[in-house]
Design a protein around this ligand. Sequence first.
Ligand code: SF4
Length: 403
Amino acid sequence: MSVKDSKTQLGLVYLSFRNQIPSSHKMAGVYIHIPFCRKICHYCDFYRVTAVADAPVYVRALIKEMELRADYLEGEPVETIYFGGGTPTVMDALWLKELLQAISEYHIVADNCEITLEANPDDLTDDYLRSIRKSTPVNRLSIGIQSFHNHELQLMNRRHTAEEAYDCIERAYRHGFTNISADLIYGMPGSTTDGLHDNLDRMFALDIQHLSAYHITIEPKTEFYRMVEKGMLIPVTEEESLAQFRTLIERLRQRGFIHYELSNWAREGYFSKHNTNYWKRKLYLGLGPSSHSYNRISRQWNVSDITIYMKALETGFLPFEKENLDPVKRFNEHLLTLLRTMWGVDLKEIGETYGAEVSERLLKSSEKYVRSGHIQLNGETIMLTDEGYFISDAIVRNLMMDD
Ligand code: SF4
């Protein structure tokens, strides 16, 4: 099937999914950061610490934060809960259970709440999976596979091997998990499209429902950055990056996956509700050091230091910074989050929210991208085409308003 044909067919799929999660219904999300890692990956610039702190003390601090911020979600029911990291699977299931119980004391939790646990493959032993199933209502796993090639995993300094990556997914199925997402890193130094084909073949053999695929980025203060500076690591060329992204789009589409956001693909019914709610700008409460929260009028982020965080909460105080969102900032965020999704940006909604002149300006600035085939105008909605996804950063920057 040519790319052109498949794009036309996909257009129908896009339409039928456009309103899968209506933006009008009021639901909120809770994110809990578990910043502990036993080993630091060479590309990582997330907030994490190598010391695995005393779990009871950290859980107590998180619950104190929940108590202090019990009103943050304005009574909106919690539709999604996400344990992210760091490595949440270094925490015993009973601590996760305690945190979930505390959430339900301070918030209304929807019956069908999506509860995701980010997992490291080598933590997913039979015992651990059994205890998660027995003690918690976790119903979605997001597993940091990253690659099925040992040489890439070693270069990344991941804790697991390719065999462990493969086995843990099979094991998770055996323990009754039916909603499994895998993370994959592509565009690694030295990688090729052939290698990516092989990684995808292995993913497909495991029949996962959701894939998040991220191009490696060489961030300052990471080991990879130092290796590139010293000439020990050579990033792939832009052509190779594009070839790999095209490979992802085409292979996943052939397999029936829906490309619902720049870096996310899923089978029907398996979109990440939690991330979709971020992109649709629903309220979310982020707990733990470095976590971000959003309540439509402001964004705030906790101190990125677990020691300061825990000490402050012992005295009933939460250290955080906050940014109020004026209409220009809100518009820019709206564009940034939704344009990279299959739902696109609804010009009518932009007009109603920010004024007709903003909507007209956006339509006018988009016209050159419509002509060049990077943006598609679908009724009153603008959305990126596959070609547009390749240069999405530049397009979004260009369409944003000046602060
Ligand atoms: S496991 Fe995740 S958070 Fe921890 S070092 Fe690796 S990439 Fe960073």
